[in-house]
Design a protein around this ligand. Structure first.
Ligand SMILES: [Zn+2]
Length: 243
């Protein structure tokens, strides 16, 4: 069973489509914060704290023999999804995740990089923190002409970026390209110690690779591999309530 905790409207839209396509038999559960208002999204450290809460609940339920909450076994994965954006608590979020065994799908400069990799003909140049570059490139892709326009290109704006059905369909069709390129980006990571593992969903960046120094990188491919691989992440056997 995989549980994903995420904030951000774009990530939500994307994960919901993955769930529609590959979430049969409750192989994974999505946790979104129903109280979060647009423009007041959770900070990365808050996403991770929520993931820790979820993990605690799963573990406690397993100890109490509550079948509904999953078995707490080795195939339980709790993931936190966030991006670099303009956040100043990435270090704290990463530390808390590491201490509590929470897996992280971290994108820098933003989740838009992951979206762009679906359609990119090859590895993109480093874009540093210039996220508008990514949005402009996405705007050249069919169905994405107006992506990010009403939000001014900012995901944390009062008008968050969203993905419509045509965009999600185009993304899903190209997911293999995104995974392939994201893996190549890890191999290109500047520290020289980072290698995308040949095993699906495994950690690619070396432990010494500072997330704040990464440029044009996304771990989201690992989560997608986990969620769509028939061989893993399907320990869950019963429907679980969201919350
Ligand atoms: Zn690295």
């Amino acid at each position: 069973m995989v549980t994903v905790v995420s904030e951000g409207k774009t990530e939500r839209n994307y994960l919901e489509r993955v769930h529609d396509e590959a979430g049969q038999d409750s192989r994974f559960v999505l946790h979104f914060d129903p109280q979060t208002q647009p423009g007041k999204g959770l900070k990365p450290s808050e996403v991770v704290n929520r993931a820790v809460d979820v993990q605690y609940r799963i573990t406690r339920s397993a100890q109490e023999g509550d079948e509904e909450e999953g078995d707490g076994g080795p195939d339980q994965y709790v993931w936190a999804v966030f991006d670099r954006d303009q956040h100043n608590d990435i270090d704290e979020a990463m530390r808390t995740a590491s201490k509590n065994g929470i897996e992280v799908a971290f994108s820098t400069p933003s989740f838009d990089l992951w979206l762009l990799l679906h359609f990119a003909p090859g590895l993109p140049a480093n874009v540093s923190s210039e996220n508008n570059q990514l949005v402009r490139k996405l705007n050249a892709v069919r169905h994405f002409e107006r992506y990010g326009r009403s939000s001014g290109g900012k995901g944390s704006d009062s008008k968050p970026k969203t993905l419509n059905d045509a965009q999600l369909t185009a993304l899903w069709a190209k997911r293999d390209n995104a995974v392939r390129l994201a893996r190549q980006l890890v191999d290109r990571c500047s520290r020289g110690l980072c290698r995308a593992s040949s095993t699906k969903a495994e950690q690619g960046h070396h432990w010494s690779c500072d997330p704040l120094k990464r440029d044009t990188q996304t771990d989201f491919y690992r989560l997608l591999e986990l969620l769509t691989d028939d061989g893993r992440g399907r320990a869950g056997r019963e429907r679980r309530g969201d919350g």
